[in-house]
Design a protein around this ligand. Structure first.
Ligand code: HPA
Ligand code: ZN
Length: 336
């Protein structure tokens, strides 16, 4: 196991499923709340952390949206993003495709420009100072109406150079992909890439629909595709990557035990599965901790780890030549 831990630590990797608001560590939350004169519902980091026990996605979301309320200024969004980038650097993340929820901020009166400008400025500094490349994905809240999501996308048009894709997150059950057909058609018109959370809690049918109706380029989570053999074949045929989040799945009770986690099965079936941290401040670990937990629980081989890391680049939205460079770097590290 020691050798595999060293391998995980030293391999450069991409992170493809990360909500920047889900990296809001309690310590930083208290610091920002203080400077914004906001009183949190809890009076210590420990008592806040004690609430991080979830029976399902919705219980998590209720707490996550409370944390988000603390973010007010462009500097707050910068500090949040910068803290994640530094943490990612420690895990040897060299490329990240992060999501943020514009509506979680505009819905409470924060101007659209504030979050995107703060995040984008930190991402630029991440490239210049930490050597981490990044793309930004605007994730729309599926518990809101399609009209509201389209209005947000139209607001984002002025910032088109700052993001590359749209996504769909928040409460999955009861909000199937087809609710957002027009939104995704508009994203296509704008030349954007498209991802969506599908098959985390929702059935395989939601994944079919996200692929065929929304035309997504990558699947966030996708765990429940394994319930449908035809769907597994279809995902492989289309070459779609799954951004899997093991510790998130455990914390949100998508799996009862990491020993039952489907990622090894996905790999063995030839699916392009990747490892990601989702909302690491809430789920107990950044990307390397996710790798280590599944390597231990599923007894992954060094080859499995290398495959998962390679998948993170082949599943990214980086141009082909940069993907190849990263793959060569991995081969080089593995050989020595
Ligand atoms: N699932 C769905 N929506 C989310 C999540 C998640 O894990 N994190 C933030 N929004
Ligand atoms: Zn997610």
């Amino acid at each position: 196991m020691q050798n595999k831990i060293e391998l995980i630590n030293k391999l450069p990797k991409a992170e493809l499923h990360l909500h920047i608001e889900g990296t809001f560590e309690p310590e930083l939350m208290f610091e920002i709340a203080k400077r914004n004169n906001i009183k949190l519902a809890h009076d210590s980091v420990e008592s806040l952390k004690a609430t991080y026990e979830f029976d399902n996605l919705q219980e998590f979301l209720d707490i996550y949206y409370q944390g988000v309320n603390v973010l007010q200024t462009e500097q707050d969004f910068y500090d949040l993003t910068w803290a994640y980038l530094q943490r990612a650097k420690a895990d040897n993340v060299v490329h990240t495709e992060i999501m943020y929820d514009p509506q979680s901020h505009t819905e409470r009166g924060i101007d659209f420009s504030i979050a995107i400008n703060g995040i984008a400025r930190a991402l630029k500094d991440g490239k210049d100072q930490l050597g981490i490349s990044s793309y930004l994905i605007l994730s729309l809240l599926r518990h809101l109406s399609e009209q509201e999501c389209i209005a947000t996308l139209e607001q984002a048009v002025d910032y088109r150079d700052k993001f590359i894709a749209i996504g769909l997150d928040s409460s999955e059950l009861g909000h199937p992909p087809e609710k957002f057909t027009k939104l995704y058609a508009r994203a296509t018109e704008l030349g954007l890439l498209k991802v969506a959370h599908a098959g985390e809690e929702g059935p395989a049918e939601y994944i079919w629909c996200a692929i065929d109706v929304l035309g997504i380029d990558r699947i966030d989570h996708g765990n429940r595709c394994l319930e449908d053999d035809k769907l597994v074949e279809y995902i492989k045929e289309k070459g779609l990557t799954l951004t899997v989040c093991p510790l998130s799945n455990l914390k949100l009770q998508v799996v009862k035990d990491l020993c039952d986690h489907p990622i090894k099965k996905m790999l063995d079936m030839g699916l392009n599965a990747t490892v990601n941290s989702d909302d690491p401040a809430y789920f107990g670990g950044y990307v390397n901790e996710n790798f280590k937990a599944i390597t231990q629980s599923l007894n992954l081989s060094a080859e499995d780890v290398i495959q998962l890391v390679k998948n993170s680049f082949t599943g990214s939205f980086l141009p082909e030549d940069q993907v190849l460079e990263h793959l060569q770097e991995i081969d080089h590290i593995v050989e020595v």
